[in-house]
Design a protein around this ligand. Structure first.
Ligand SMILES: [Zn+2]
Length: 218
């Protein structure tokens, strides 16, 4: 049995989606061992810092917030899907997903985490066509994890506005738990089922939260 950590390291100055509505991460020391007998830190995060999960409230008025997410979505078998042949600006189409054996928890592998901490990370990452998302929803997907910043088109997100993320809206309306910014997905193989643990912080009223994502390979 092997356990793989698919989380990015949370650290001061790590990249964030470069918009004023995303907090930059700051970790500063407060207590010091030599002064007060213990080390403590202040951790300033945004709800979408690093590897994180989205709650329905991210895009849905009155939607579920992070503290109410069903733990069932956070733990269980997940099918890995290899889309590593998709490069910058490519899309996942309806015919790509029609070939899949869709399960409740899906982990989509693009290998995009290799671009983390480069200018490319938020630019032209592969994303899903809306027809493909609708198909996955119809087939019962409840958890959608990926190693890109979003299932939506990054070009549109940078322009902002209410309609820039149609896939997020479709998914969150159906209560799908979205897991973004996975790291280290090269350790996973397409077509394999892994035991997935994706545990966000239980933050009241939040639209999302960073969390630790692990998979177990038996
Ligand atoms: Zn997010």
């Amino acid at each position: 049995m092997k356990i793989h950590d698919l989380s990015l390291t949370i650290e001061t100055g790590m990249p964030t989606c470069g918009t004023p509505w995303h907090q930059t991460v700051e970790i500063t020391q407060m207590g010091r061992l030599d002064e007060v007998g213990r080390n403590t830190h202040r951790i300033v995060l945004g709800s979408h810092s690093g590897t994180h999960m989205d709650a329905p409230f991210h895009f849905i008025d009155g939607g579920m917030t992070m503290e109410g997410i069903d733990p069932y979505l956070m733990w269980g078998p997940a099918l890995a899907v290899d889309f590593r042949d998709k490069g910058a600006g490519d899309t996942v189409t309806l015919s790509d997903v029609e070939k899949l054996d869709v399960s409740e928890r899906m982990i989509f592998l693009f290998g995009w985490y290799h671009n983390w901490k480069t200018d490319r990370y938020y630019k032209d990452f592969p994303y899903f066509e809306t027809d493909a998302v609708k198909y996955l929803l119809d087939k019962g997907m409840k958890v959608m994890a990926m190693d890109t910043p979003s299932p939506d088109n990054g070009g549109a997100i940078r322009e902002g506005g209410k309609t820039d993320s149609p896939n997020h809206v479709l998914l969150l309306e159906k209560g799908v738990f979205i897991i973004e910014y996975l790291n280290n997905t090269d350790v996973l193989s397409g077509g394999k089922v892994y035991e997935l643990v994706a545990a966000p912080l239980k933050v009241k009223g939040s639209d999302g939260s960073p969390g630790r994502v692990l998979v177990r390979e038996d």
